[in-house]
Design a protein around this ligand. Structure first.
Ligand code: FES
Length: 151
């Protein structure tokens, strides 16, 4: 191998290693949507997000806080009456909303659809790539406070 070929091949390797580590560093830099990382339990960040039950007074009501989409699916005030999931689509970061009439979660960017339990119904429309099942977070209720725990 000639010297110039060796330098050229080594240079490409260094660029790949650098870009790989830079991308990884960018992904792990934290921020508000830590659920986009590998579970959100790194760095000792608080993995609990709470809202007031009064925020979701009617079936179909929804709200987003700290990267979690909360919505009401039942009329009571038990954990079975609420669901907490990711607020951001795993495909390319579109906003997720609960569609009560269709009983599904839909991405507002490429219209992936998910069941209430997070399973994919349909993938991205008119966009390349695929999506994955949504994470459904465990929830607890204490008084007027609904708390989701990122896992
Ligand atoms: S960002 Fe949600 S389907 Fe593309």
């Amino acid at each position: 191998m000639k010297r110039i070929e060796f330098i050229s091949s080594v240079g490409k390797g260094v660029i790949l290693i650098c870009s790989g580590s830079c991308v990884l560093a960018g992904c792990s830099s934290g921020g508000d949507d830590s659920e986009m990382n590998n579970g959100g339990n790194n760095g000792g960040t608080d993995n609990k997000v709470s809202i007031s039950l009064s925020t979701l007074s009617d079936v179909g009501d929804q709200t987003t806080k700290n990267g979690i989409l909360f919505f009401r699916v039942g009329a009571g005030n038990t954990t079975n009456d609420f669901i907490a999931t990711e607020a951001i689509c795993p495909h390319q970061g579109g906003k997720l909303v609960w569609i009560q009439n269709d009983m599904l979660i839909e991405c507002q960017l490429h219209h992936s659809q998910y069941e209430a339990d997070g399973d994919v119904i349909q993938g991205p429309q008119n966009a390349s790539g695929s999506t994955r099942d949504l994470k459904i977070y465990s929830i607890s209720i204490s008084g007027d406070t609904l708390t989701a725990t990122k896992s």
